[in-house]
Ligand binder design. Structure first.
Ligand code: C5P
Length: 242
């Protein structure tokens, strides 16, 4: 895998035209385009094929499914024929739901478990009725869910860069960690609304396989040059791993 193949660029854009313009512009510089709920609901499933036609990169459908197992299985089987590389499913509910998602994928799409949303804090977890040990140390809950996702046959999980190395140790090679909240060193570590950020080099050196990186590339004067610089930082992170 080339360093740039580890970049996931979210098409967080309000219109089909803007999304397709960015897909065409960046297709040679990132590994995957992430289509989230906003764009998917605005344009419908046909957006997947349109993004694919705009460039050569793979597609990650970030729908964060969560329902009874049979409903999730049937929904995933609809996605399986869209030809995307990854699809997200919440992994907070049950093993049965994750296994159903994997069954519905028919091996055609990798299921990524969403462990704990970064918008959730210890207090939310306590109020939601979880054991105090998880409210005090959310990382333990993230790891528990990642191990569950691995056991159920998921391709990987979405997690922060702070958890990637422990998950890698617990789940082993070949189980992907996908990390958002990335801010390149040259971007001045601007946080926007992300709380615990890392540079691309730090996240990759720590064991993340793929990085979701949006605004630092999207809002750069030259998005192609920004993506190339991120790839360079990923190269440094990989060298630090060895
Ligand atoms: O790099 P930037 O902050 O712009 O990336 C935002 C993208 O990352 C959004 O598509 C968002 O859904 C995704 N994301 C996130 N935090 C998570 C999971 C995904 O920001 N914990």
């Amino acid at each position: 895998m080339n360093p740039q193949d580890r970049i996931i660029f979210p098409l967080d854009l309000p219109t089909e035209k803007e999304a397709l313009d960015y897909a065409a512009l960046l297709s040679g510089n990132v590994g995957l385009f992430k289509i989230g709920l906003e764009l998917f609901l605005e344009c419908g499933p046909s957006i997947v094929e349109k993004v694919r036609r705009a460039g050569a990169a793979d597609i990650f459908l970030d729908l964060k499914l969560h329902d009874i197992p049979v409903t999730v299985e049937r929904a995933v089987s609809r996605v399986a024929d869209l030809g995307v590389r990854f699809l997200t499913v919440h992994c907070g509910e049950s093993e049965a739901m994750l296994k159903a998602a994997v069954a519905g994928s028919e091996g055609k799409v990798g299921i990524l478990g969403v462990t704990v949303l970064t918008s959730v804090g210890g207090d939310d977890i306590r109020k939601a009725g979880f054991l105090p040990q998880y409210a005090e140390d959310l990382k333990q809950l993230v790891i528990k869910r990642a191990v569950m996702a691995n056991t159920c046959g998921c391709a990987g999980v979405v997690c922060s860069g702070h958890e990637a190395s422990v998950i890698r140790e617990a789940a082993g090679e070949g189980f992907f960690t996908v990390t958002p909240g990335i801010r390149p060193a040259w971007d001045g570590m601007k946080c926007d609304d992300q709380k615990r950020v890392m540079t691309p080099a730090e996240a990759i050196a720590g064991g993340s396989d793929y990085l979701v990186i949006g605004r630092p590339i999207r809002d750069a004067k030259d998005p192609v040059a920004a993506a190339a610089q991120v790839a360079e930082e990923i190269r440094e992170g990989l060298a630090a791993r060895a």
